[in-house]
Ligand binder design. Structure first.
Ligand SMILES: NC(=O)c1ccc[n+]([C@@H]2O[C@H](COP(=O)([O-])OP(=O)(O)OC[C@H]3O[C@@H](n4cnc5c(N)ncnc54)[C@H](O)[C@@H]3O)[C@@H](O)[C@H]2O)c1
Length: 290
């Protein structure tokens, strides 16, 4: 049973996985090269658990215990005790492979390694580690503490033992598993991201403005969030990166990213995490920008 988890990448996903693991009584070492990301993660995890206590879904003692389970570090060497290392850095194959490679000098040879990639081939990422049979895809959903699903993806090399230990780990977090084959963007994003791209195309072509497109899909298709709101929440850089993986991996022009998405990412308008995307987040409530 996995009880010590190392996580590299303390963005919105890394910190969410850290919180879910700590609440499930795992020790967590959360690593990021960026001190600001670590500071933000610590603040957000504290705030989230405070809210859970205030809503009487957790005792103060349990929240304090969970907070005490997480260590924050910039030095990759601190992952040494981890039995499972989860890579959660930006959605870029070269970056992910470099990070996975860098972890190898510090991890025990028995440790399992997972990637939280949204779209990139697990079989290809596995090449970056010394024992590809100990590598697996664990695709958590955002926000991790609230979302029940984890997609599990076996690479061609993933062993049955790695799969069994990883499966037990996910169940111990009280999550539900959907298995996906190792195809570009797996199941959730194969279906979700083209829909988001279509919503951005509808905006680009003037079919509707931001507010109307999101309202139409919330009230007309019973989606809890509109597609543009959801794109901002995921991060427009991540949405674009997933579209590139679909476009190149399936060699099908239907996955061509909308030019407006390219422009927003080029401008650094990445959504909620940078304060501006299809909405402006500088005030109390998000304001549509188009
Ligand atoms: N955003 C989502 O809704 C979502 C959902 C599921 C999976 N994912 C996947 O999770 C991963 C992370 O996404 P995110 O939304 O948390 O991104 P993010 O931009 O919020 O965070 C990425 C973090 O990685 C860190 N980082 C980048 N390069 C690094 C390196 N070389 N060493 C150490 N840290 C490094 C950055 O400093 C940043 O803190 C991506 O693969 C993404 O596709 C995202």
């Amino acid at each position: 049973m996995i009880s010590i988890v190392g996580i590299v990448g303390a963005g919105q996903m890394g910190r969410g996985i850290a919180e879910a693991c700590a609440v499930a009584n795992k020790s967590v070492i959360l690593v990021d090269r960026d001190a600001a990301s670590l500071g933000k993660s610590q603040h957000i995890i504290q705030r989230n658990l405070k809210r859970v206590v205030e809503s009487a879904r957790m005792t103060q003692e349990a929240a304090d215990r969970a907070l005490g389970k997480i260590t924050y570090a910039q030095d990759i060497a601190t992952i040494a005790p981890a039995q499972l290392l989860i890579e959660a850095v930006s959605e870029d194959e070269t970056t992910k492979k470099a990070v996975l490679k860098a972890t190898q000098a510090h991890l025990s040879k028995d440790a399992l390694v997972a990637s939280n990639t949204s779209s990139i081939s697990i079989t290809r990422l596995a090449i970056a580690i010394r024992a590809p049979e100990r590598f697996i895809g664990l695709h958590f959903m955002n926000p991790v503490p609230k979302m029940k699903l984890v997609e599990m993806i076996r690479g061609l090399q993933t062993s049955d033992e790695t799969f069994a230990v990883a499966q037990e780990f996910i169940v111990s977090l009280d999550k539900t598993i959907a298995m996906s084959e190792d195809f570009p963007a797996f199941i959730v994003n194969r279906i979700l991201i083209p829909m988001i791209n279509e919503a951005i195309l509808a905006l680009y072509e003037g079919v509707g403005n931001v507010e109307n497109i999101d309202t139409a899909m919330k009230l007309g298709a019973n989606h809890p969030l509109g597609p543009l709101e959801l794109a901002d929440y995921i991060g427009l850089d991540t949405v674009l990166a997933i579209l590139h993986v679909l476009y190149e991996g399936l060699a099908d022009p239907k996955y061509r990213p909308c030019p407006l998405l390219n422009r927003y990412v080029a401008a650094g308008w990445l959504g909620k995490k940078t304060g501006r995307g299809f909405y402006d987040y500088s005030g109390e409530t998000p304001v549509p920008t188009r």
